[in-house]
Design a protein around this ligand. Structure first.
Ligand code: NAP
Length: 284
């Protein structure tokens, strides 16, 4: 039976430390979250982020814009936040409505306030690192950083392992694969055109599912004792499910992260950690 990794407990240890650090700061770090549209799941995430800021003493500002907001108007808001001295981190909640170009918007965020590390300059900065990246002092995308921290919180050694990442988005799959490789894993990335997903995933000592399809990853795809990280968030009614068939895969895996309560809380903890990091960098 797999060890179930409690992301709530691990993230709480991180946020407690952030709270202590923030309490000692004369100037409180500030995070702005920008949400365009009325996607219910996005509203849940943004509210959770606001609440998490409140808990650790980070100043938070929520900017909710209608789905009809033009790209130009959104860019104006971002320009204002870039110039706002109270704001250290800017998070644009994705996805954006179809009429807005995500790449243009993400590139408009000041790289010094780019709290989810999605600005092209910041992506280039970490992706060109050849040394093992220090998670504490480097700006890295929140969810991938949280995944690595969650794995390493168990003492599990990534170096030398075979890792399979299912999903290749610029937000989750690609940066997670990069960080695993940076820590010495041999990494395979699978996607919607992967012909033999089962065979590929079966080779993984570490299997990361970041797709958004309930029960895509079944027990017969998992190597005995593998470390399984479920990033998937699939909302069906009031319930949230991952991409992994949790019950059956738990019987095969060595470690498994639940949904909810696995990667999700780590993402929020990393958002707070990155806000603090940016505040320290801009006000040394
Ligand atoms: P995304 O941009 O939609 O990417 C999904 C990826 O899955 C794509 O690379 C796609 O391949 C691949 N894919 C689709 N069907 C597949 C299949 N049948 N077999 C193998 N690969 C397949 O999604 P995302 O933004 O990366 O998010 C992934 C999941 O993580 C979602 O459920 C999202 O809600 C969740 N998420 C969770 C957190 C958290 O904190 N827990 C944070 C962010 C996102 P192609 O590239 O070929 O299309």
């Amino acid at each position: 039976m797999a060890i179930i990794l409690d992301g709530v407990v691990v993230s709480h240890m991180i946020t407690s430390s952030i709270k202590n650090q923030v309490a000692k700061m004369e100037r409180k770090p500030g995070l702005a979250v920008v949400l365009v549209g009325d996607d219910p799941a996005s509203h849940i995430y943004v509210n959770a982020k606001e609440e998490a800021c409140h808990e650790v003493g980070i100043y938070s500002r929520k900017i909710i814009l209608p789905a009809t907001t033009s790209e130009m108007s959104l860019l104006d808001d971002i320009k204002r936040l870039n110039a706002d001295a109270a704001i250290d981190g800017i998070l644009v909640q994705l996805p954006l409505p179809d009429h807005i170009d995500e790449a243009t918007v993400l590139a408009a965020v000041d790289p010094r306030k780019d709290v989810d590390c999605l600005h092209p300059d910041n992506i280039a900065k970490y992706r060109t690192q050849t040394e093992k990246i220090d998670l504490e002092s480097s700006l890295l995308p929140c969810t991938p950083k949280g995944i690595i921290k969650l794995i390493e919180s168990t003492g599990y050694e990534i170096e030398g392992k075979k890792a399979v990442v299912v999903g290749r988005s610029f937000l989750i799959g690609k940066p997670t694969a990069f960080l695993l490789e940076n820590r010495g894993a041999v990494v395979t990335v699978c996607h919607s055109q992967t012909a033999n997903l089962k065979e590929e995933v079966l080779t993984g000592d570490i299997a990361i599912a970041a797709v958004g399809k309930k029960d895509l990853i079944t027990a017969d795809m998992i190597k005995l004792g593998a470390f399984v990280v479920d990033v998937g968030t699939n909302r069906i009614g009031d319930q949230v499910y991952g991409d992994v068939d949790f019950e059956k895969v738990s019987e095969v895996a060595g470690y498994i992260t639940p949904v909810p309560g696995g990667v999700g809380p780590m993402t929020i903890a990393m958002l707070l950690e990155n806000t603090l990091l940016l505040a320290e960098q801009s006000h040394p």
